[in-house]
Ligand binder design. Structure first.
Ligand code: NCD
Length: 337
């Protein structure tokens, strides 16, 4: 049961719990009226200390489509963080007003800290170069919908997944690789320049779990082996110097020519935003799935919010959806408000 739970990194939810979210998201996709109004009277706070388009707007769209409301900031300079307020104090304050908090922060570990001081669930929308678990839900749902095998839990075993670009700082890569480890017969191919290789804590984990993986610098050489190609942007904001960024930023550009050597049923994913790493000419290729992926992100966030707010069927013990009407956030620590 996900009611009242925080989501800080992908392994916080079991594979079965994720499976339940994907089924719920698929039901929402099929039936636009399903769960509409289930979060009426609930408030979601979106606290973005770093830029965002899809994550913040898809969370807000999800909450509004569920009949709930949103408050928050997209610009930390307009919050008391600019006056020197600690993150813990900001979270304790916001949790007096909202039923759940979605936060993106440039510091690794910020979401975990927030969840420790918050009496309401905290959803990590990206903590520095560390994790981005709701992008992982988005990615897994997209893979399951477009390449999946629904017979098994999670529905995505047996695929070869290539990650290309900035595997060092790309938090979406770290979260997705970690989550894929739990699926049967997944193979991973990491494609990056030496400077931007996947962190050792990820590759060590793969070795420990006996997951097949290879590392290469050459996209053309391996593109024909892949079922899923996960392209990423070079994360300029995490570089220590601009020269390194300029040297590495255009190292991989997926274009029509390279797509000629890919499988016919490949799917190309990208968490977006893209800069130059996928040429716009690829958008017309039926294998380009990154805008579909952005849409699945909203469905899976609807499933997540309705589940953690206790509004989805089965989310509350008596099987009833949460009633409408305003109820102030409660739970442990609420008395401090
Ligand atoms: C990603 C992120 O913020 O980590 N974007 C997203 O949430 N869809 C990827 C990126 O910024 O490169």
């Amino acid at each position: 049961m996900l009611t009242g739970r925080s989501l800080i990194e992908p392994l916080n939810f079991t594979i079965e719990e994720m499976d339940g979210l994907f089924s719920l998201a698929e039901r929402i996709e099929e039936d636009g009226a399903y769960l509409r109004d289930s979060c009426r009277g609930k408030l979601l706070a979106t606290l973005f200390f770093e830029p965002s388009t899809r994550t913040r707007l898809s969370f807000e769209a999800a909450m509004l489509r569920l009949g709930g409301s949103c408050l928050g900031f997209a610009e930390p300079s307009s919050s008391s963080a600019a006056k020197g307020e600690s993150l813990a104090d900001t979270i304790k304050t916001v949790s007096c007003y909202a039923d759940a908090i979605v936060m993106r922060n440039p510091k690794e570990g910020a979401a975990l800290l927030a969840s420790r001081v918050s009496p309401v669930p905290v959803i990590n929308a990206g903590d520095g170069g560390h994790h981005h678990p709701t992008q992982t839900l988005t990615d897994l749902l997209t893979i399951r919908r477009l390449r999946g095998n629904r017979r098994e839990a999670g529905g995505i075993g047996g695929l070869t997944v290539g990650f290309c670009g900035d595997l060092k700082f790309g938090r979406t890569v770290h979260s997705l690789a970690k989550a894929l480890v739990r699926h049967e017969k997944i193979a991973m191919v990491f494609i990056s320049p030496a400077e931007l290789r996947a962190p050792e804590y990820i590759t060590r984990q793969l070795e420990k779990e006996h997951v097949e993986f290879t590392e290469t610098g050459n996209l053309e050489e391996v593109i024909g082996d892949l079922d899923v190609l996960y392209m990423t942007r070079v994360q300029r904001e995490r570089f220590f110097n601009e020269e390194d960024y300029i040297r590495l930023k255009d190292i991989y550009v997926l274009d029509r020519e390279k797509m000629k050597n890919a499988k016919q049923d490949l799917i190309v994913l990208h968490p977006l935003p893209r800069v130059n790493e996928i040429a716009p000419e690829v958008d017309a290729d039926p294998r380009a799935a990154y805008f579909k992926q952005a849409r699945y992100g909203m469905y899976v966030r609807m499933a997540l919010l309705s589940s953690i707010l206790g509004a989805a069927p089965g989310a509350v013990p008596d099987g009833k959806a949460a009633p409408g009407g305003f109820s102030p956030p409660g739970g442990k620590g609420a008395a401090s408000c």
